[in-house]
Design a protein around this ligand. Sequence first.
Ligand SMILES: [Zn+2]
Length: 81
Amino acid sequence: MVDITDKYRKLVGKNKFNIFEGSREEMEKLGKKWMKDDEFHEVISFPIDEIYGDVVVWEGVTDKKFLVEHGVRHLLGEHHD
Ligand SMILES: [Zn+2]
C-alpha cells in the first residue's frame, strides 16, 4: 500500500489519520479479513480513536477525494447503513 496522506492533508486536518492507496488485491484481502464479506470495498476505514485511524482507498477509484472524505468521516464517528 502507498501512503498518500500528504495529498489529503487538508481533509485530515489536525487528526493523525493516515490515508493509504491499495491495489485491487490488497482491497480484497482487507475486505475479507476486516469487513467479513465477499463484497469489493473501494474504501475501508480503521478507526483507532478520535485522533488516530487509517483510511485505505482503492487506487482504481475515479473520485478518490470523495471516498477519502467519506472514510475520514467514518473515522470521525459518522455512521450509516
Ligand atoms: Zn460509509
